[in-house]
Design a protein around this ligand. Sequence first.
Ligand code: HEM
Length: 401
Amino acid sequence: MDIDTLYALRSSSGLPSHPAVFLILLVLTWALHMIAVHVMLGSTALALTGAFAANAHWRRLGSAMLDTAKVAVSLAIVIGVAPLLFVQVIYDPFWYVSNVLSARWAIGFIVVLLVAYWAMYHHYFVGKEGSSGSSRWSLALSLILLLAAGFIMHVLASQALRPELWMAWYAPDGHLETSGAGIHEFNLARFSFFIALAAPVTGAWLLGYRRYLAHREDENPEYLDWIAGLGRKLMTGGGFVVLICYAMWMATLQDTAGNFPLSLWSFLANGAILLLILAPALFRSPSGSYGAFATAAGAVLLVAVAREALRHRILGGAHGYELSTYTIHFDWYSNALFCLTFVGLGGFAIAYSIAISWEAGKTKGLYTASPRVDRLGKFALAALCIWIAQYFFFGFLVMAQ
Ligand code: HEM
């Protein structure tokens, strides 16, 4: 695909701000999406193991992780919207072509997610306590479908990196193929790499969970040590699996990636994986640690940076696609609205959700929110009301012009 055609596929409305702003936001929000995805996959896998296990520790952890999984799946989906918007803004020719080529899968993605969500809740409502019944299988179905949703995302991301093959996929032997039913490109090593990262990230989550439970007076110390041991094993063992997947991904990279495996970015990704492997040695406190999870989040961010550098190497280096050539129609209102929404609305709402779950988890019996958390909730609600009011105010103002 020549560069003029690629540029012609861009939205003619241009960008409301500099492309670098969207690029940074894309990387940041994608890293957040993946942290939620990793916790979601890891906690679902632990909940599933617990549902089938006879061991009391496993059953208890499985039940607790089901609560984590329910929240993480919502966060993964909600946060996933942000990189979806940014990728559409600065990589629109690639993302839309990829979606159209596999349109049925892109739409089917939503159905897959709906069923995965439903299946997880089915297990939650029907079988959480005495998880010996058939609802355990619906949790297994949920995990499989969540992985399938991730695979669809992987296919869409991979096809977007192959402009040179689009015509062959769209018109094989000169005949148009407009069904959108095909899956044209994937790399199992790359997909496995992103999925395997769930093991060390969940291991770090368990170390944080161990620390969180340390405040409870009546906790069983044997259970707490067991959680910490499991978390460490997942971080180190899972980290090695991630390293192998990364090496396999690099060995099977497409030609247009050039010498990316030897680039600084690739070393950065390797460094991030080593950090995950070594984190249990860095945070050795027997009562667990929140630092391990912060380290894991940092490692995922470094991986996100390297992944973006690879996209730039392929689309910029091999195809000559430059983000800097976007037309910019600077729009103060939408820039300010985005930042204020992100910080003001999202900030308060997320802080409130975290604060209330944090307090509730530490309370025995019936939980009543503390005055501080209550105030935070009122701020979050007020921010939402102000947001809705300004939305209609500016909407009517524009219509009246
Ligand atoms: C809940 C199940 C999900 C899983 C397991 C999952 C997993 C993944 C994985 C593994 C990737 C990396 C693909 C690659 O680069 O090879 C990815 C990318 C991405 N995901 Fe998700 N995802 C899920 C849901 C979602 C949802 C609901 C959204 C949007 C609302 C979303 C938006 C994205 C976006 C925008 C990308 C990056 C595309 C790009 O940069 O080209 N994901 N996801």
